[in-house]
Design a protein around this ligand. Sequence first.
Ligand SMILES: Nc1nc2c(ncn2[C@@H]2O[C@@H]3COP(=O)(O)O[C@H]4[C@@H](O)[C@H](n5cnc6c(=O)[nH]c(N)nc65)O[C@@H]4COP(=O)(O)O[C@H]3[C@H]2O)c(=O)[nH]1
Length: 956
Amino acid sequence: MTFSPLLRVMRIIPALPRSLVGRVFTVFSLTLLLSMGTGLGLFYRYQFLQHIEETQDTALTLVEVATQTIEDSVVIGDYDTVKRTLGKMLFQSPFKRAEFIDVGGGTIRVDAPRVTRALAPRWLTARIAAKLYDVNRIANVGGKDYGVVRLQFDEEKLAAQVWSLVLETAGVAFVVFVASLVLMRTLVRRWLDNLGRLRSFEHDVAAGRVTAEAALLADAPTEIQEAIRAVNRSAASLRDQFGQRIDSLMNSLMQHKSAMDQAAIVCEADAAGAITGVNDLFVTSSGFTRPDVVGQRLADVGRPAGARLPWQPSDRVWNGEVVIAGRHGRRHWYRTIVPMFAAPGTVERYICIDIDITERKEFERTIVENAQRQTLIAELGRKALAANGLDDLFADAADAAARGLGAACAALFETGPDGMRVRAGAGRLAQSTGLQLAGPHGDAHVAAHGTDAALRPWFAPLAALHGIDTGIDTAIVCGERTFGLLGVYAARPRRFGADDANFLHGVANIVATAVERQEARNRLTYLAQYDPLTSLPNRRRLAHSLEDAIAAAARAQGRAAVMFIDLDRFKNVNDMLGHGIGDQLLVQAAKRLSACARADDVVARLGGDEFALVLPALDDDGIAAGIGARVIEALAQPFYLAGQQLFVSASVGIATYPENGRDAETLLKNADTAMYGAKNGGRNNYQFYVAEMHENATQRLQTETQLRQALERGEFLLHYQPKLDLATGTISGFEALLRWNHPQRGLVPPLEFIAILEDTGLILPVGEWVIGEVCRQLKAWQAQGMAVRPVAINLSARQLQQADLAGAVERIVARAGVDPALLEFELTESMLMANPEAAVEILARIKALGMRLSVDDFGTGYSSLAYLKRFPLDALKIDRTFVRDLPDDPDDAAITKAVIRLAHSLSLKVVAEGVENVDQLRELEQYGCDQIQGYYVSRPVPAQACEALLAGTAMA
Ligand SMILES: Nc1nc2c(ncn2[C@@H]2O[C@@H]3COP(=O)(O)O[C@H]4[C@@H](O)[C@H](n5cnc6c(=O)[nH]c(N)nc65)O[C@@H]4COP(=O)(O)O[C@H]3[C@H]2O)c(=O)[nH]1
């Protein structure tokens, strides 16, 4: 509230004139006006009051004078004089009326003549009228009142006088006021003219005269002088500052330009788009020289033939990608063309900035290309998975390879014995499918794959035919072998890169995988019907062949036969000499069998060492018998494997249609049964199926089942056969011989079940039982106080292969607490020679335990003397087949003598087996044999009988 008048005044400010002169003038005028008004007002007021006061005083004086003047006249009643006196008094007085009112109320009135005069404002007249009062004076003469003299003021006259004064002074004041204003305005304008000079200073600066200074008038007011000086100083300071800024800006500009020259390809063009200059980067990046490009149209430089003009001169900034066919090849530039204006709307020149994005473009192209290639690979992979045959896939692969590399053509070659064969072609080579190209073959080119773009010599004829300039190829490698080559070829010179090679590899790998899969499929199909080892039909195919033969025989009302062939003792070969030798033996056996067969016969391998022979058209049994005999004969011949001679015989069973069965399964089963018959019949023979054989086979199966329980049931026992020392005539030891006490059959000899134990693997626990039982018996004999002799135990081939035979023996013997020297192990010659190195090691370990070792059935096998020396043996046992015909058979005698000499030369004892009579004894004695064993001394006897034998050891 307090500031409201001030605020009101402030509100006026915007209404003031905008120019300083106007404002100063206005303010000065107002101030002057206000001052003068106030002064005049106060003056008028003072004058007015003073005038009123003076007039009042004058009126009092006049009334006094008038009264005194008329007193005499009044006394005398000279009213004319009174009247005249009153009239005189009015002359030039401020009264308009003078009256004398006598005590009787009579009035002498004199009015002042009316004078026309300027009228004062009513308010002034009223105000004067209010201030003045009429003056009255009592005329008293001699103490007697004669009346009253009254004077009435003429307020109009007085107002006119006052108003006249006001007007005069106001007029003077106005003149002074106007004069003051004119003077003031003139002076202010003159002083402010100095500021006006700043405008010319501005023009000078605008005109580029930056060093110009604002001029000063000598009489300029100090403040303005200060202000202009300040302006000049500021201008100078700004000049300095701008100068520095400009220097810095120029410097910065130069650096920017230099940086831009380093980073960007820059060129300038005139308003018409013709190049006026280029930077170094333009030259290096494009390969063009400055003279090449200066003067040329910007839109045309490096433009590949036929390319659309990407830019036309315009007043707008242009952005876009351009392809420049430079001297170093095509470059991708990202271009920005900025118009530079001379004046609004008038382009003076163009700055063209290019960023080389060739690498990015290449990268993008590579990504797109890779994506396309991945798609092609994936697509080909899908086709490969679904493909049934390879031809379509090869064509797809060639097509994918050509498309993936964007090449004119591609081909897939298969390596063959005669060179390269075009398996599929794409593009120009599509018609070459099936073409055979002479040249390298096999694996000659395996290493020749990769990014080598040179065309191979053998491809040259095709290249010439189809206008192929260059190419890349890669090998299609299936596992260990090279299937062929996948090549991609271009009509124009082209450099294939690592990415191209990788893609081609990918395609080739898919092809290789498909080839491998196809081959695996073929192989599976083959394996489903053929035996991979011998390449003979397998059991399944044999069944079909047999069915076909049966059907044919049935149609012809003829006969057919199937022969079941099993190799005797093949298991031993396999176990002793290893599977490699076993396989070789089977292959050779298969060949021999095939040689025995007739053209229409089918030879098959059923598995393991079992073969079969289908004889489709059988006129009579004689033919089957003949072929059976041929088979026996063929397989009885020695096999030469791993540098040694091996003998295996065969057992052959023959079943005929329709007698022995009307279907393939029955016939084969019966042939199998017949084969067992042959085996039981001493092996190395053939037998036709007869109904009883079925009985035997069943019997064997039953035996096998019973044997499995025999050990648990304690049905095994040992008999002991003594050995006689010929030098002393005393029993030098025993041989433990296994017996099976069958609940129904009684004592079963080992030859009837040892083979089954071996076949079923039961020989291992039974063998351990034998060792344990011998130990137990020895302890029992010792406990009886018997002078115990060493006991020999037979080991089978399977036991020799037992992982830790020596360890098992050691544990059993240690557990029993038997002196190891009381134990002897007999191993057959063929067992030892099957894998002599392993045998040397095992025997050494057993020997180290303190036990004795001897070779059983010596002479029936094929011992290597070198190994014989290395085995830690104690004795050789001459097989009883050599002893049987002594002394009559000179051959046996010679062999026996030789064996005895050989054994002695190796410091080995010799035991002759199967001595049944005294002649044999004498003969052997003569040969120097150390010990004998046989029925002549004693048959194998139960343990209880041994003591009696020992008691009567001395021979007659
Ligand atoms: N004709 C004739 N034969 C005689 C004469 N003296 C002994 N023999 C028989 O010849 C065989 C000698 O045993 P081997 O050659 O080791 O031949 C043994 C041996 O290879 C095997 N064998 C016996 N017991 C075991 C055993 O516990 N383990 C293993 N692995 N094989 C055993 O069984 C084969 C046969 O044993 P056995 O039937 O007990 O037959 C015994 C014995 O009774 C004789 O003067 N004339």
